[in-house]
Design a binder for this molecule. Structure first.
Ligand code: SF4
Length: 65
């Protein structure tokens, strides 16, 4: 499983960056970059899932890798 972002939905509001700053980064042009796409352990998976649930645009999801 890997984390993916639907760029048509993402509005670069930074909610996921605040929830999991190790995994997400907004650049100076407000483009979201995924720095980490696979969880390192169960606790990290929970953080990424919180970011998925917290995205107000439902732009984040898991994808089969
Ligand atoms: S929380 Fe969702 S809409 Fe906001 S920057 Fe992250 S992916 Fe984009």
């Amino acid at each position: 499983m890997k984390l993916v972002v639907d760029r048509d939905l993402c509005e670069a509001n930074g909610v996921c960056v605040r929830l999991a700053p190790e995994a997400f980064e907004l650049d100076d042009d407000d483009v979201l970059h995924l720095r980490v796409v696979t969880p390192t352990d169960d606790a990290h998976r929970a953080r990424l899932e919180a970011a998925i649930r917290g995205c107000p645009k439902a732009a984040l999801s898991w994808e089969e890798s």
